[in-house]
Design a protein around this ligand. Sequence first.
Ligand SMILES: *Cc1c(COP(=O)(O)O)cnc(C)c1O
Length: 411
Amino acid sequence: MTIASAALVKRADELDAADPLSEYPAQFLGSDDPEVVAYLDGNSLGRPTRASADRLATFVSDAWGRRLIRGWDEDWFDMPLRLGDRLGAAVLGAAAGQTTIGDSTTVLLYKLVRGALAMRPDRTEIVLDRDNFPTDRYLLESIAEDHGLTLRWIEPDFRGGVTAAEVADAVCERTALVVLSHVAYRSGYLLDVPAIGAATHSSGALLLLDLCHSAGSVEIELDSWSVDFAVGCTYKYLSGGPGSPAFAYVAAAHLDNFVQPIWGWMGRDTPFDMAQGYVPAAGIRRVISGTPAILGMIPIQDTLEMIEDAGMPAIRAKSVSLTEYALDLVQDCLVPFGVAVSSPLESARRGGHVTIDHPQFRDITARLWQRGVIPDFRGPEGIRLGMSPLSTTFSEVLAGVVAIGDELTAS
Ligand SMILES: *Cc1c(COP(=O)(O)O)cnc(C)c1O
């Protein structure tokens, strides 16, 4: 199998033509680059929007170049909170005043975990799972070591993820905090957050969600799900650019009592008084430590405009169609060659990417990258097909799966 059959190409073209979000892929830079046949790693680094190229250039020449230090008073001081509110409304299901942008996911996780633990001072355990993203596991290991806490590990199904029953079994009157990823970075498993929240809260513990793999691809309702804390990055489905700042959510009910451990001047009440002693700023600003990375917040604004325009329900619907289509193709074209599907088959339990396994996938991924087909490899033998609902076309998915089949039969 070296080329897709005419029938398969026709089907992909029909799906693209019928896509209600078909106007968006061309709004991303590089979508017409013939060297990139299929970009299937939007869940690791989203493509840039064309609008961001202009917005970045204008920011440097005008906002930074001409407004100079006045920019802080005029715009930048409130930018992390203003963008946080927009992200909250468009993506997170969060009312204003609970979300801010800044730092990396890792650093925000540290701040929120420490702040949450301080709200449960008599409790000694944190519940987490073996399949969570490495940074989440390492960071919790470090905090547990520093504070003499016990980590209670859930061992989820490799092809699935953490269930509410597993959380209910793991929590008890000693549990301070449960930390889980909304969408598992490897399998793509999508948590049942309301059920997990209920299990967590029934033990008196708090729930912190990592939204890195869900923000911008699945619908999120932090307020109505009663999630206590959340973090996530903006460089994956939100196309903020490499290393763009992350976001943090602290539920309004906790804000008055929430104190994070990295006390800096920008998160202090009235920072420009330069006063003695730290007094946390009112509201979500207290999550900020030092000077926010304004330059890194420019491209997110263009993605937010697209999401506000398209709406998360339509984006999720496209995402489900893309993963269903990918799974159908994998079933027909790759499973006969020994490929196994390692993602949930039920759409309601699956995020925006699909993981497939085969012993040759490490070598094959390197060859795919050379031919402009760009998924990513996750050990021990997985290829992740990350489909970004605003930028990925059905034709790209077909080209990617056909190329994998081609490499498999050639090797
Ligand atoms: C990508 C990702 C991260 C990345 O954290 P950084 O601090 O931005 O490196 C963390 N958690 C999850 C679940 C991720 O998918």
